[in-house]
Design a protein around this ligand. Structure first.
Ligand code: F6R
Length: 609
């Protein structure tokens, strides 16, 4: 979700900023840019696409020399507001200042209106540009750069890490961290480095501090000052720590695998997915017009794998809340079944990568047949986002592990929000229901937090579930697609056979497999069809299947039990169980000695049929 870097020192500043940005490219690569002050001279560069494009652009002027003083800031962008163009690339430029930003300024529209009415001119579609104009507006009044910066940050709502440099304070970098990550490091050579994560700092600096929310400050070549509570003058004491020496472990933030890191990240990531899109009364998708769903009377969704499971989950939410007919199809089946397509249907492609060949082809078919198309995707500027009429981005950040985790949870959150958006547009939900749903949505991040005790229990239990002739994951209602996802996670990284099944359907055949070597993972929520699922599980227990129950309520008849969180909404239980399934699969995979992040025979982006 964007990466920012900064440097103050005497060395080759262009090289240092570019190397730093390359380390952050995993956070987005829609465009990149830097702004520097070298021995008093200002310059800036921007390019669309990866850092190598920026590097190529700078190659004609890059000089590799050292300076008496140099400072600069840089940014690699993952587009949220506005297309990936040079004008939308950071640093954003005012009359005499430059800003880079990671996060989202939620109140940018009202700030922009205010600044426009004061005569400021905007050139980009981004939320970030308000920061540089706001700073200059206050500087023109106050004539003190720190006061202008402080005043600016007190006006911002949302999540942000910001670096600002200005001709009116040419030896300083101003910074603030609020909700988006920011680390500052120093070397023995009187240099300061700033970055969105530790990786760019390793090898160039020796000590680091990870800023807490609300910490602002200012750096010059001699000194760094930290202040408490955004924009105050109260000095904050911080602790410097030794920087690790291994880049790989830093990329994983100390987690053993990317899958583990991405599972743990989900709570923060879905907060990003919802940011700026959810208020007390409604859902807002800036990406689509308010009348987008007006003439739609049916929705067709296509996806593959985990994204297909998100779509199946969405089906329950759409029917329940938006009350709109909806069909879900695996993309590889849809392509060849000669589907009957009607122009009054909306076609939705769901994909983490935006490159999956089958989903892309299904999208092309729908577009050719004249349907309006929408893509729900994690990778902007991917084939699907370029092809679809409209795109809603997941904002999950780059997902590195082959086994998808945070893409799934963000897809489900987007579908939940969309069902409410349509419900409101089409008047299928009343005010109270909408209010309760929005409240439940906002509470969701805490249900995706990984509990240490739960993780340890999965670790212990993984030993007991290595043998046998396979797994059934069972659930009803929305927990049925979750059972499919649980089974897919397990088989793709542990190579043990697993199947998701509707709990009520076991008696129509599969229960014949039940014996002491059949493992059943039973999803037993308390908020939906609890008694019915309990009966289905008891039927399996009576036939000797070994049962691991996931539930907020103790279930003594099960062989093993993992307590999940009870919530006010069934989706809270859904997300709480999701993390258990992800961690359980990962622990089983570790136990059998597999490569968790790169399981055999698979690839992250499946661009073949
Ligand atoms: C499973 C997994 C795959 C993908 C599928 C579709 O963990 O990652 O099943 O979900 O290959 O990929 P996308 O979502 O990129 O279209």
């Amino acid at each position: 979700m964007c990466g920012i870097v900064g440097y103050i020192g005497k060395k080759d500043i262009d090289g240092i900023l570019i190397d730093g940005l390359k380390e952050l490219e995993y956070r987005g690569y829609d465009s990149a840019g830097i702004a520097t002050i070298k021995d008093g001279d200002f310059s800036e560069y921007k390019a669309v696409g990866k850092i190598k494009n920026l590097e190529a652009k700078m190659a004609q002027t890059k000089d590799d020399k050292s300076y008496n003083s140099a400072l600069g800031i840089g940014h690699t962008r993952w587009a949220t507001h506005g297309k990936p163009t040079e004008l939308n690339a950071h640093p954003h430029i005012g009359d005499y200042s430059y800003v880079v930003h990671n996060g989202i300024i939620e109140n940018y529209k009202e700030l922009k209106d205010e600044l426009v009415s004061c005569g400021k001119t905007f050139v980009s579609q981004t939320d970030t540009e308000v920061v540089v104009h706001m700073f200059e507006y206050y500087f023109d009044k106050l004539q003190v750069a720190k006061d202008a910066f402080d005043k600016t940050i007190t006006r911002l709502k949302g999540a942000y890490s910001i670096l600002l440099i200005s001709k009116v304070a040419p030896t300083n970098i101003f910074f603030i961290k609020h909700g988006s990550p920011l680390a500052i490091a120093k070397s023995k050579d009187k240099e300061f480095f700033i970055a969105s994560s530790e990786t760019p700092l390793i090898g160039v600096a020796t000590k680091v501090t990870h800023l807490e929310d609300g910490t602002s400050g200012v750096i010059n070549q001699q000194n760094i000052e930290f202040f408490e509570n955004s924009g105050s003058n109260k000095i904050k004491n911080i602790k410097w720590q030794e920087l690790p020496t291994s880049k790989l472990s830093a990329q994983k933030d100390g987690y053993r695998f990317f899958m583990e890191k991405e599972t743990y990240e989900q709570s923060d990531v879905i907060a990003d997915t919802m940011m700026g899109r959810i208020s007390d009364e409604k859902i807002v998708f800036d990406e689509i017009d308010e009348n987008f769903f007006e003439n739609i009377n049916h929705i067709q969704i296509c996806a593959c794998g985990t994204s297909y499971h998100a779509a199946l989950t969405g089906q329950y939410l759409f029917e329940r809340l938006a009350k709109i007919p909806i069909s879900i199809e695996v993309a590889s089946e849809f392509r060849y079944k000669q589907p009957l397509l009607q122009k009054s249907s909306l076609f939705i492609a769901i994909s983490q990568s935006g490159e999956t060949a089958d989903t892309l082809e299904a999208l092309k078919m729908a577009k050719k047949a004249g349907l309006t198309t929408l893509c729900i995707c994690n990778v902007d500027n991917s084939s699907m986002t370029r092809f679809a009429d409209k795109t809603i981005l997941l904002r999950a950040g780059i997902e590195k592990a082959v086994a998808s985790t945070k893409a799934f949870s963000t897809q489900v959150v987007v579908l939940w929000m969309m069902s409410l958006y349509i419900g409101k547009t089409k008047n299928t939900i009343n005010k109270t229901t909408l209010k309760n749903e929005l409240k439940a949505l906002k509470q969701t991040p805490k249900y995706l937090l990984v509990d240490d005790k739960m993780h340890q229990k999965c670790q212990r239990l993984s030993k007991r579930y290595l043998h046998g002739h396979g797994f059934f994951f069972i659930g009803r209602d929305i927990f049925y697609p979750l059972s499919l996802e649980g089974a897919l996670k397990l088989k793709e990284i542990s190579y043990i056979h697993a199947q998701g099944y509707p709990a009520g359907e076991m008696k129509h055949g599969p229960i014949a497999l039940a014996d002491e070597k059949l493992f059943t993972i039973a999803l037993m929520p308390q908020s939906l069809l609890a008694d019915k699922v309990r009966s289905n599980v008891q039927e399996l227990i009576a036939r000797d299947s070994v049962v691991l129950a996931l539930s907020p309520q103790t279930f003594e008849l099960a062989d093993d039990f993992i307590q999940t969180k009870a919530g006010e909404h069934y989706m809270h239980e859904f997300f709480s169980m999701l993390v258990v399934l992800q961690i359980f699969s990962m622990e089983l995979s570790i136990r059998v000695g597999n490569d968790v992040d790169m399981p055999r025979n698979l690839a992250k982006s499946v661009t073949v049929e």
